[in-house]
Design a protein around this ligand. Sequence first.
Ligand SMILES: [Fe+2]
Ligand SMILES: [Fe+2]
Length: 220
Amino acid sequence: MKIFGLKDKKIIKTVNKIRTKYGFKNVGTGHDVSHGDEVFKNMLELREHSFFNKFEFDIIGLAVMAYAHDMYADEDRKNHHILAYKKILKRKPKFLKKLSDHVFKNVCLAIKQHRASTYAVGIENPYVNIMRLADKGKPNIDDIIIRAYLYAVENNKNASNSTCVRITLKHLLDKYSYDGYAFKNDIIYHELYTESIKKVCEYIDNMSVSDLSKIVKYLN
Ligand SMILES: [Fe+2]
Ligand SMILES: [Fe+2]
């Protein structure tokens, strides 16, 4: 597969290996290989941004982060970042052994800290930051709502649809309203996507249970 403008054949071959090894899990929850592709593409773009262009990122390291960070999202959503971190930490595949110790350490750290909810303000590590930003991507209201709803349904199997809608709305407000933890104190993210964030926050802050019920109706 051709990968996002990469030219070096050796790198492309290794990225494809990583993609195949980690990316094809979690079909149906929004954490499968297409999410890995999206995150990797975002990383390659973000490298050029003024926040990051002074750093020399290792492309193989970025690919591992992009395709491996959510590999346990289906199995154990709550601890998936820790499980992925522990798996990578074993440093088994050849492509991990070939990374420098410095890059490897940062790749592990970025996977461990990729979740918005576990983000510690003030982290200055470029691998952690690029991971987090690429994972969130440009805020897209449709994606945000669909993911939140599917997650609520998946984790509340015996609940009625209206209960799932209420759980989804609470999660959306906690995470994506003006004071939500997805955007709060995240200066780089705000600067990158000011307008899109504003739109998402406004939309979520004004959304009612009945609005959300109508939106998710076609998903059932
Ligand atoms: Fe994740
Ligand atoms: Fe992710």
